[in-house]
Design a protein around this ligand. Structure first.
Ligand SMILES: [Zn+2]
Length: 423
């Protein structure tokens, strides 16, 4: 059993929340001074936990358990959205730190490595740190990454003296599994009075920018019948598309119209152009493909309506990521061990675990978010839930360590096994 110390974990969580503190939350966008200060603090904690620790060339803080050749990798992220919550990402990083401390000197060939990935929240690029770690983003990707402000990522990394540091990398011979604890960021656990969520899959996403091109005219003198109003066409399209996606999606599908732009953008000018950012998500690959096909059909159907040309360009794609069934069972059994109620559920939010999942057996555990709030300083989880979450998570790691120690040499990752041709 792992000798975890809940009070020490809580003290660390509260210490981390002081970096970039804003009221009850934190403001730690990736590569801000507060984010980097937090990462240096984390590095010091991981070093004193006995881990060989680096902050690498993309800002990942990675602590490696010495004296073992294999490990379970635990972690999450310590950056935040602007004015975000104190636990989003931080909870998983501090649980990982506490479990690594508790695992020190334990017998067995498999140790605990800890990581805090950079820029999970996408200030520069969503899941930037885990993408680089797992080899899904390389030097050429990084050169093209800019913040919304126009600042270049490589310039910021240079200014922070990170650019020339070596990169920590996923090692298939070492890393046997990845587990991430996280706040739910939704209301399901809190509303159901359930202690922990065992994540079954992380939803995939398709995001498109739909462009509407009409004609600018005087809004007072142009008869309604002569207008080619791009904004009017956009609003009609959005309302129709919601029905299309409802019909094509499944019971857990969600969609969002997150950004609207109208040009030239004056009260007395008929809009000549409009852009609508649409995204939709589901945990099942076939459902998301069906929604995608229906979306494209809706764009074709709208093109030319109201004398407005309609086209779309893809803006983001994420495939759904299934979690590892053995690790899900470890989490569920560990919950039962400590008398915690658990439910299996998909994650509607993206996480670093979805980036690792194609390379390595991965799993996630959720703790309840009060009122389902997140990405805001009002985000919180009760102390009892934070403590219980650590007990369940540590129990699952103990079970996974025992299972993997018994299993011997690494197996090919589940995603590779799945790709074998059917007989
Ligand atoms: Zn997060």
């Amino acid at each position: 059993m792992l000798a975890i110390n809940e009070d020490r974990m809580l003290a660390d969580l509260r210490a981390l929340a002081e970096f970039g503190r804003v009221g009850t939350g934190v403001n730690r966008p990736a590569f801000s001074d507060a984010d980097i200060d937090a990462r240096r603090w984390l590095m010091a904690q991981m070093l004193s936990a006995g881990l060989e620790t680096v902050i690498d060339g993309i800002g990942n803080v990675y602590g490696r358990s010495p004296d073992v050749t294999q490990s379970i990798l635990l972690g999450s992220h310590s950056d935040s959205v602007p004015n975000g919550g104190w636990l989003d990402g931080a909870l998983g990083v501090i649980y990982a730190l506490e479990i690594a401390r508790a695992a020190r000197g334990m017998p067995g060939a498999i140790g605990i490595d800890v990581v805090s990935f950079a820029d999970e929240e996408g200030t520069w690029l969503p899941c930037l740190g885990s993408r680089v770690f797992s080899g899904q983003a390389d030097e050429s990707t990084l050169r093209d990454v800019n913040a919304k402000s126009g600042a270049r990522l490589v310039d910021r990394l240079t200014a922070l003296e990170l650019r020339d540091r070596p990169l920590a990398r996923f090692d298939p011979d070492r890393h046997r599994a990845y587990l991430e604890a996280h706040i739910e960021q939704g209301p399901r656990l809190a509303n159901g009075g359930i202690d922990v969520g065992v994540v079954t899959a992380i939803v995939g996403l398709r995001r498109h920018i739909v462009h509407f091109r009409g004609r600018a005219d005087h809004a007072g003198t142009t008869p309604m019948s002569m207008r080619r109003d791009a904004a009017f066409a956009m609003f009609n399209f959005a309302i129709a598309l919601a029905e299309v996606l409802r019909a094509a999606g499944g019971p857990e599908s969600v969609w969002n119209f997150g950004i609207v732009a109208v040009r030239p953008g004056a009260g007395n000018v008929v809009p000549a152009e409009a852009d609508l950012t649409v995204e939709f998500r589901d945990a099942a690959a076939d459902v998301i493909e069906r929604m995608q096909a229906s979306f494209h059909a809706a764009v074709r159907a709208a093109d030319g309506r109201f004398d407005v040309a309609v086209s779309s360009v893809p803006n983001a794609t994420l495939e759904p990521a299934a979690m590892d069934s053995g690790l899900m069972d470890d989490l569920a059994a560990a919950a039962a061990d400590v008398g915690a109620s658990a439910v299996r559920m998909p994650s509607g939010a993206g996480h670093d675990a979805m980036i690792l999942a194609p390379r390595i057996p991965a799993a996630m555990m959720f703790v309840p978010s009060i009122d389902g709030r997140s990405h805001d300083i009002s985000e919180n989880t009760s102390e009892a839930d934070i403590r219980r979450g650590l007990r369940v998570f540590a129990g699952a790691i103990s079970r996974a360590l025992a299972r993997l120690n018994d299993a011997g040499a690494p197996q090919p990752p589940h995603s590779l096994r799945k790709k074998e041709p059917a007989a």
